[in-house]
Design a protein around this ligand. Structure first.
Ligand SMILES: [Zn+2]
Length: 140
């Protein structure tokens, strides 16, 4: 499979976007403190493959500086009106440079079968080990 064009939005539609995404590359869940609270389910897309269709003013942002780090790893962007997270922006060579961890449930036109068929990867970021699956994934 290759990248396909999809549309997505927050709950109230104040934020709408278009994205080129290859869902066969899989989606991810993580056990870190913020992913746990936000129930994050994301897919990595390149910055240039994401196009915001609405005003950036509708989005708020949150920068989390993890303990022991001096600067934020990710900038989380969410709708100021309904609170739904759209993505987390970061810049990391191993993820292809500037990327967005796109919040998968905001995709409006991805078929459920397509999402269910995509490989789901679990990251043990709670223990600083994104390369391995957490011991317990039951509630992720
Ligand atoms: Zn909204």
């Amino acid at each position: 499979m290759a990248k396909a064009s999809h549309r997505g939005s927050c709950h109230c539609k104040a934020v709408r976007y278009e994205v080129e995404i290859d869902l066969t590359k899989g989606t991810e869940r993580c056990n870190c403190s913020i992913c746990w609270k936000a129930r994050a389910w994301f897919a990595i897309v390149q910055e240039e493959d994401f196009k915001l269709l609405t005003s950036p003013d509708a989005m708020g942002e949150y920068r989390w500086v993890p303990e022991g780090k001096s600067e934020p790893f990710l900038t989380y962007r969410f709708c100021k009106h309904c609170g739904v997270r759209i993505h987390a922006a970061g810049d990391q060579a191993s993820l292809g440079g500037k990327f967005y961890a796109l919040h998968v449930p905001t995709l409006d036109d991805a078929h459920q079968d397509e999402l269910a068929a995509a490989p789901l990867k679990f990251n043990d970021n709670l223990h600083g080990r994104p390369d391995r699956t957490p011991e317990d994934t039951r509630l992720l």
